[in-house]
Design a protein. Sequence first.
Length: 383
Amino acid sequence: MSRKKIALLGPCYPYRGGNALFISHLYEALEKEFDVELINYKLLYPSLLFPGTTQYDKSDEHYSEFTGKRMVNSIGPFSWWRTAQYIKKMNPDLVAIDWWQPFFGPSNRAISAMLHKHFPNKILFITENVISHEARRIDKFLTKMGLKHADKFLALSNIVEKDLPQYSRGQKIYRSELPIFGWFKADDATDIAAEKEKLGFSADHTVLLFFGYVRRYKGLDILLEAFADLAAQRSDLRLLVAGEFYDKPEFYDEIIEKLGIGDKVKVINQYIPNEELAKYFQLSEVVVLPYRSGTQSGILNIAYGYQKPVVITDVGGFAEFVDDGKTGVMVPTADKYNIAAGVRHYFELSKTVDFAENIRRRVASNGFEKIAEVFKEILADSE
């Protein structure tokens, strides 16, 4: 019996970030069960529209350097036509398009529109998010445009599943939890004390970690306020902020200066390459995600990979991925009092709760092979 054929369209290497890593993992999991052609972007974001220094993964270490077929230009209509023609020649049993950002509405709309009549009931949109965390009116318009020709959806969280109906026409929605990336693992050879000293910390300092690119919805300003209160009560606490600032760093510098915590906060304003991830997570006690909004977080996924618990706000779909009191601590809203209380509660629980073991169990129960099983169901329903 011949294997089913899937055309998978989404970003992977050489692009950086959680979306590219997700698609790389998904491709490898699906390829074990199906014939999969991965169609990548040759231009993801125009440089003028990208807020960071680079959208490419400049790390020395990569999960995979497989690029797939790089042919989609997000702003190039001719490439959309070429991509659709390429997929038609493939004649797949399923066309799976990764959706995570309204910016790709026009390209996704055009490609799916050209394929819609040729592959009835076979166009799946994998929805990591439905709408951006900082949605504007234009984002809602672009989302409706981009998803217009979907025959079905795969939602990666309950909150996405709930949001989808306002951008769809009643199509079937399949569900899968976003799997944990198995690539991030602790390095037993890491000298934790030495790595702390390189950052200006002492070996006996207890470090809170804020990781990833900095934008307002991620709540770093809230964490700084909370940390000032915590540090006033515990002299051993330190805060490490590691990630590239997409907001103006001066805004956060002023908060740090106003609060008088400059000697207790270390800021690394740059993209952190893969080979440096382990040391930052391993030297930290807990990862704090004080998000104002969101659906899910790649940072949470990475933290679990390093068996690090989280203190996280109960927004979007985060509650689905955190076992409160076991793999982390949930707080109801993003304000300095809740975040500070959540950190204190974590320290109290850590005296009796084995967070690392709980995280290991959760990771073991949520691999990419489970999402491959969902694709079997989707393909069976597409016949």
